[in-house]
Design a protein around this ligand. Structure first.
Ligand SMILES: [Zn+2]
Length: 239
């Protein structure tokens, strides 16, 4: 069987371009998916930050209630102090008041610290909200770009598929079976140019006998990888 090197080169070119275009077509939705995952992750972060903020506020409210009741208790003790009937009772009440005031002061410090923490948490929430908005915008842009690209890529693929169908009509009948088996299944991986005397697909040396057959314009399959071999433009036999 025989087929021109030019026809094989052309077929290989189309298969390579088709693979490239199909790869780019598949990459688009992957990019969108990746950005969707980023948005989802940040949304989860925001939800957690809001829950933490709410829990801290509840905690602060509880401590403030605790403080108010402690202050009320101190006021009651001071009333009792004024009405104390003995020195011993007076001293005991004074000690109690001092201890309670100390505890309240510690509690006040804790509340202040907690309120500062809550403010910082609110700032953190704002930052995450901004980050979320930005990631949502990037997702929307990515979706638009991928959709625009997809239309272009599909048009290119359609054009190349038509070119391929046209080129395949030129395949001689005796080469068709081999072509169908090797190239149809492997696409551009089913063909390789000979570089020097080596298969550019698997880098195995092509035997002198096969090189001669190639130069005579015969169809040769690489003994190493099974690719259909063809000569580069500058070494083509005269058709
Ligand atoms: Zn090979």
């Amino acid at each position: 069987m025989s087929v021109t090197a030019a026809a094989l080169r052309e077929l290989h070119r189309i298969h390579r371009q088709l693979r490239d275009l199909r790869g780019r077509l598949e990459a688009g939705p992957k990019q969108v998916k990746h950005r969707e995952a980023v948005v989802q992750r940040i949304a989860g972060e925001l939800e957690q930050a809001k829950a933490d903020h709410k829990a801290a506020r509840i905690h602060a409210d509880q401590k403030q209630l605790q403080l108010r009741s402690a202050e009320q208790k101190i006021r009651d003790l001071k009333l009792k102090l004024n009405a104390a009937s003995s020195n011993r009772e007076y001293q005991a009440l004074r000690d109690q008041i001092a201890a309670d005031e100390m505890a309240s002061s510690v509690l006040e410090d804790e509340i202040l610290e907690l309120l500062e923490k809550i403010e910082a948490m609110a700032r953190g929430i704002k930052e995450i909200e901004e980050k979320l908005a930005k990631s949502q915008e990037e997702l929307a842009n990515c979706r638009m770009q991928v959709a625009d690209q997809e239309a272009l890529l599909r048009a290119d693929i359609d054009r190349l598929e038509a070119e391929l169908a046209q080129a395949e009509t030129q395949i001689p009948v005796d080469f068709r079976e081999l072509y169908e088996r090797v190239v149809r299944s492997k696409g551009d991986e089913g063909m390789a140019q000979v570089e020097g005397e080596t298969c550019s697909g698997c880098y195995q040396r092509v035997t002198p006998n096969k090189m001669n057959q190639l130069l005579l314009g015969q169809v040769i399959v690489c003994g190493g990888c099974g690719r259909i071999l063809y000569l580069p433009e500058d070494r083509s036999p005269r058709a």
